[in-house]
Each structure stands twice: as structure tokens, then as C-alpha cells.
Design a protein around this ligand. Structure first.
Ligand code: ADP
Ligand code: ADP
Length: 232
């Protein structure tokens, strides 16, 4: 479903050249939940941004659902992103002066043909999925970190994306809230078949997913199936 072929990313400033990714080949099949781990600066966010069409590789090809993305214009990229991909970030990225409901509705504002009442219904459905039906009128700063991240997940899934890209979604949460957020992602993957790529520093979270890819200095250094000890 997402394929990265020979991806290289070089950040070039006037004085410094940084190779953030090199020779990355990675195929994430539909419905897989994969974790990406590695030390700070090894290229994880760059990888996620390239997969999510937020950034373009210096060389190599990204393919989504069999479509090579290479020659697309910004507008087309935005369209594919909007249709297929939901983003979740460590620091939630909610809009503080909008209510929970309005935050969740945001991605649909850019989609044509969705009426206001339809938008509200879809937002309520998404909030129900993350267990926040009782918080629609609250504002982000009235919520716990775990609740904020659940709002961010509801916003990511309102457009019914095939793919969720999560950059350290539990990174700012204590273990209890982290577990709650992780369980929501696991449910989305198992029940809705959503493909999830998650960057994490937390081995426990990574071991709940199906596959673990480790990076070091912009390169893939291991790629293995995770065997869930609970099912053994
Ligand atoms: P990680 O997410 O694993 O911490 P990043 O993908 O953020 O790593 O960064 C990979 C490397 O690319 C780092 O060395 C970082 O300093 C560099 N880098 C990231 N973004 C930029 C940028 N916009 N300009 C220059 N260098 C960058
Ligand atoms: P984190 O909280 O995981 O560190 P960042 O703030 O570094 O995430 O954001 C990662 C990347 O995603 C940045 O390149 C940023 O421009 C982009 N980004 C941030 N928020 C959004 C958003 N709401 N929609 C699309 N892209 C975003």
C-alpha cells in the first residue's frame, strides 16, 4: 500500500549538507501496524513526512496504492493526503480556541461536498470512537494530555483515512494515558483495517505492533515481525 524505493533525503543549507535518509526501501502492506524506532536525529520524522507527502525525497520514489507519486504537483499531493492519510503528532497540534468538535471537523472543511450537518455527525462519530462523546464542547486546554491526543486521533480519522501516520503519539503521555491512546490505535488497526506507521521511543508500545523497523543514521538497520507475548 505504501512503498518507499531507494529513498534519499538530503537537507542542504548554505553551509551544511545533512543526509537524513539514505537507500531506504520499505513496503508497508495494507492493514499493517508498523513501528519505527531509532535514536534522535536518525531520520524518523523525515521518513514519516515523506510517507505522508508532506515532504519530497531528494531521490527515490514513494508509491501509494500502486501510484508512483513522483511527478505530482502540490495541489495533487494535498488532495491525496486529504483523502488517504491521517496525521497524529506528539504535541497534538490542536487549535486551542476551537472546541473539541470544531477541531475534529477541521479536515473536512477542505473537502468539497460535505455539508455542515454531515460534518458535525462525522465528528461526533469519530469522537465516540475515541471515547470522548462527553467532551465535544470542551476546549483543548480543559482536557488531559491523553484526552487531547484522543481528540487528535478523532481528527485524523474523521476523513476515514486508509493510513494513519503517528509521530510519537504517546511521547508526552504518562503510561496510563499512553496505553489508552495505544489501545485506540490498535482497535483502529484491527477493527477498521487502518494501516498505521508509528514512530516511537517506547519499546513497550512498539512491541504491541506487528512489525518493528529500526533506523540508525538515516538507514534501516533491522526489520522484524513482533510476536505478541500475550497470545503465546
Ligand atoms: P528524528 O525524527 O529521527 O529525530 P529527523 O528526521 O527529524 O530525525 O532528522 C534527521 C536529520 O536531518 C537530523 O540530522 C536533522 O538535524 C536533519 N534535519 C531535519 N530537518 C531538517 C531541516 N529542515 N533542515 C536541515 N536539516 C534537517
Ligand atoms: P512532533 O510533535 O511529533 O515533534 P512536529 O511538530 O515536529 O511533530 O511536526 C512534524 C512535521 O509535520 C513538521 O514538518 C510540520 O510542519 C508538520 N505538521 C505539523 N502539524 C501539521 C498538521 N496539522 N498538518 C500537517 N502537517 C503538520
Amino acid at each position: 500500500m505504501i512503498t518507499l524505493s531507494d529513498i534519499e533525503k538530503v537537507y542542504q543549507t548554505k553551509t551544511i549538507e545533512t543526509v537524513a535518509l539514505q537507500r531506504v526501501n520499505l513496503a508497508v502492506p495494507k492493514g499493517e501496524f508498523v513501528s519505527i524506532m531509532g535514536p534522535s536525529g536518525c531520520g524518523k520524522s523525515t521518513l514519516l513526512n515523506i510517507m505522508g507527502l508532506l515532504d519530497v525525497p531528494t531521490s527515490g520514489v514513494v508509491t501509494i496504492d500502486g501510484q508512483p507519486i513522483k511527478s505530482y504537483k502540490d495541489k495533487e499531493l494535498a488532495h491525496i493526503r486529504n483523502e488517504k492519510i491521517g496525521f497524529v503528532f506528539q504535541s497534538y497540534h490542536l487549535v486551542n480556541d476551537l472546541s473539541v468538535l470544531d477541531n475534529v471537523e477541521l479536515p473536512l472543511l477542505y473537502r468539497s461536498g460535505v455539508s455542515g450537518s454531515e460534518r458535525t455527525k462525522l465528528a461526533k462519530d469519530a469522537l465516540e470512537k475515541v471515547g470522548l462523546s462527553a467532551r465535544t464542547k470542551h476546549f483543548p486546554n480543559q482536557l488531559s494530555g491523553g484526552q487531547r491526543q484522543r481528540v487528535a486521533i478523532a481528527r485524523a480519522l474523521i476523513g476515514n483515512p486508509a493510513i494513519i501516520l503517528a509521530d510519537e503519539p504517546t511521547g508526552n503521555l504518562d503510561s496510563v494515558m499512553g496505553e489508552e491512546v495505544m489501545n485506540i490505535l490498535l482497535d483502529l488497526n484491527r477493527n477498521d483495517g487502518t494501516t498505521i506507521v508509528m514512530v516511537t521511543h517506547d519499546e513497550n508500545m512498539a512491541h504491541k505492533t506487528e512489525r518493528l523497523v529500526r533506523f540508525f543514521d538515516g538507514q534501516q538497520v533491522s526489520d522484524s515481525k513482533v510476536f505478541d507475548l500475550q497470545t503465546v
